[in-house]
Design a protein around this ligand. Structure first.
Ligand code: SAM
Length: 330
């Protein structure tokens, strides 16, 4: 099954909630996501059974990787029960989390069949981390979460979004910290997702600059991509200290290889991170569709897909409305 640009569907990102226990200033600023913000109601969310039923159809259409995200996915109660329903489908099951609740959850998730985990961490400096998450959450507890995941046997990646003037001074400290630990650190260019973060091109630290900053102290060499559609460009430390990745979504867009679809917590299917609208799969599901009809709906959406926002990004795309990152999950 290919879209209009001959791209297959390989990855599905599933958001399980639009709520988060952090208020990262660039993602869920308090001024917008405050007391009056209307989050999705419980009845609006897909149930675990509905998610698993949809995921089954996506796997039958070629999806090989399911990534659970949010909001903060670990806020969804008994998430391990969803993992247990997804694990037998035959796709790899992964999760992206801020790590805050991992000390209590890592073992349950691993036992339920989670294959890997990605923890977001933008700073190692406690003061700046507390300011960034804007709920005064200490960095030590995220580091404890990473350790719990590793202790439970989960391979760990650590994702850091770099924003100029905010945490670009922390790139080396992060690289030093994770060098030699076996946890792959990946740096992500700050993107113009949503419209609440006031994004400007000047805020972006290009991936090439991140690589040269690290390489000046800890020499790096490029590694060949592992598979088609791998978003991170990989580098290995010349001294054998492991790998890092950079995701150059702004300076080197990879739409041509994008094999991802995204399912929001209320069951809308998005075929681009920068889209405004998604296709309402919950309505199809709750309208009594059969499994075949569900699969046909997804096929139809994918075969009409032509998105390539990041390749078109320009002043012309500046004013476009887009879905929020905290809604769709990255
Ligand atoms: N709460 C989970 C977490 O912290 O990983 C999952 C959802 S969060 C929206 C997913 C990722 O999106 C986080 O790593 C966050 O840093 C990243 N993110 C949010 N806004 C971004 C932006 N404008 N550009 C790049 N990454 C962004």
């Amino acid at each position: 099954m290919l879209d209009t640009r001959a791209r297959p569907l390989r990855d599905l990102r599933i958001s399980v909630t639009d709520r988060c226990n952090f208020r990262c200033t660039y993602c869920m600023p308090k001024e917008v996501f405050g007391r009056d913000y209307r989050f999705l109601d419980r009845r609006e969310l897909l149930t675990f059974e509905e998610i698993a039923r949809l995921a089954t159809q996506f796997v039958s259409l070629g999806v090989a990787k399911l990534r659970i995200t949010g909001g903060e996915p670990l806020l969804r109660r008994e998430l391990e029960e969803l993992i247990a329903q997804l694990a037998p489908l035959g796709a790899e099951v992964t999760m992206t989390t801020n790590g805050a609740l991992l000390p209590a959850k890592a073992r349950l998730l691993a036992d339920a069949g989670l294959d890997r985990i990605t923890v977001s961490l933008d700073s190692l400096d406690d003061e700046s981390f507390r300011a960034l998450n804007d709920v005064d959450f200490p960095v030590a507890r995220v580091l404890a979460g990473i350790e719990s995941a590793a202790a439970a046997g989960l391979p760990v990646k650590v994702n850091c979004v770099v924003k100029r003037g905010v945490n670009d001074g922390e790139i080396l400290a992060l690289a030093r910290h994770f060098h030699g630990t076996g946890h792959t650190l990946r740096f992500i260019e700050y993107m113009d997702v949503g419209h609440t973060n006031g994004w400007r091109l000047d805020d972006v630290v290009p991936a090439a600059e991140i690589v040269s900053t690290i390489s000046a102290e800890l020499p790096l060499e490029p590694v060949d991509p592992g598979y088609r559609g791998e978003v991170a460009r990989r580098y290995r430390y010349a001294d054998g200290g492991g790998e890092i990745g950079v995701i150059a979504s702004v300076t080197q867009p990879f739409c041509g290889d994008c094999t991802r679809a995204r399912l929001s917590a209320e069951g809308k299917l998005f075929t681009c991170l920068f889209a405004l609208r998604g296709h309402d799969l919950r309505a199809v599901l709750r309208g009594g569709a059969s499994d075949d009809e569900l699969a046909e709906t997804v096929r139809d959406v994918w075969e009409r897909r032509s998105d390539r926002y990041s390749e078109l990004r320009s002043t012309a795309t500046d004013g476009l409305e887009k879905v929020e990152m905290s809604y769709i999950g990255g």
